[in-house]
Ligand binder design. Structure first.
Ligand code: SAM
Length: 223
């Protein structure tokens, strides 16, 4: 099984397929908890694939990233000062090497909650238990039943992966023990053609069309 290893200053640019963000809002966070009246921060927005979905659910979405992707504003989440309670939600797919630090920083910023998409193995580790989970247990760990393939630097609808992913959510005001929930199969329902860059159009010429001369010669030669 492959494992991602990145240098410490790597952007860790693995864009989130939009259907996986819709799954959070449709299947994980109770719908009464977010509305068009609320403000959301996406502090590691990359090329904006998560932000564009969040904009369908929140009234205001602030998009920032430490690196340049031609989307949002430049800001290093680890260095930028924020007022406590300055956003309702902080939602992102953080760089994995900084995921624990992102959550610790996001918790005081969020009035209502924090949600991160992470490899399921994020919930392992003595270090994360000691530093984060023991003092700030998430309200929900929502495991994808389907795989969420992510590819470096681009969205690829046909990619595959052996890695499991989960949404890990801290809902403010919840004192219940952490709930493990499953995100039901939903990719087919939540995925849209327009989520992906248009594939280069290729004309497929069938034997029948060729025989019956339904196409100009140039089209046939360009197969
Ligand atoms: C896994 S990608 C996710 C991108 C986007 N959130 C999405 O879901 O499509 C992680 C992102 O974190 C950004 N990043 C890395 N370190 C950062 C930091 N210190 N502050 C803000 N963004 C950072 C990277 O540039 C990259 O865009």
């Amino acid at each position: 099984m492959s494992q991602r290893i990145h240098p410490l200053d790597s952007p860790d640019d693995f864009p989130t397929p939009p259907w996986a963000t819709r799954a959070l809002l449709e299947h994980v966070i109770e719908q009464a908890r977010y509305t068009q009246q609320l403000a959301c921060l996406e502090p590691a927005c990359g090329a904006g694939h998560m932000v564009k979905v969040l904009q369908d659910y929140f009234g205001k979405v602030t998009a920032l990233d430490a690196f340049e992707y031609g989307y949002g504003e430049r800001s290093d989440f680890m260095k930028e000062p924020y007022q406590a309670g300055s956003f309702d939600w902080v939602i992102t797919n953080p760089p994995f090497r900084l995921a624990e630090e992102f959550v610790a920083k996001a918790l005081p910023i969020a009035r209502r909650g924090v949600a991160i998409l992470a490899r399921t193995v994020f919930i392992e580790s003595v270090g994360r238990y000691n530093n984060l989970f023991s003092c700030h247990p998430p309200s929900k760990v929502a495991q994808f039943t389907e795989r969420v393939p992510m590819v470096k630097g681009r969205l690829d609808r046909s990619a595959s992966t052996a890695t499991g992913y989960a949404w890990i959510v801290w809902e403010k005001g919840s004192s219940d023990p952490t709930r493990l929930v499953w995100i039901p199969p939903c990719r087919k329902k939540l995925e849209r053609d327009e989520d992906y860059p248009a594939a280069k159009s290729t004309r497929i010429v069938t034997e029948k069309q060729f025989d019956e001369k339904e196409l100009p010669l140039a089209a046939v030669h360009s197969r």
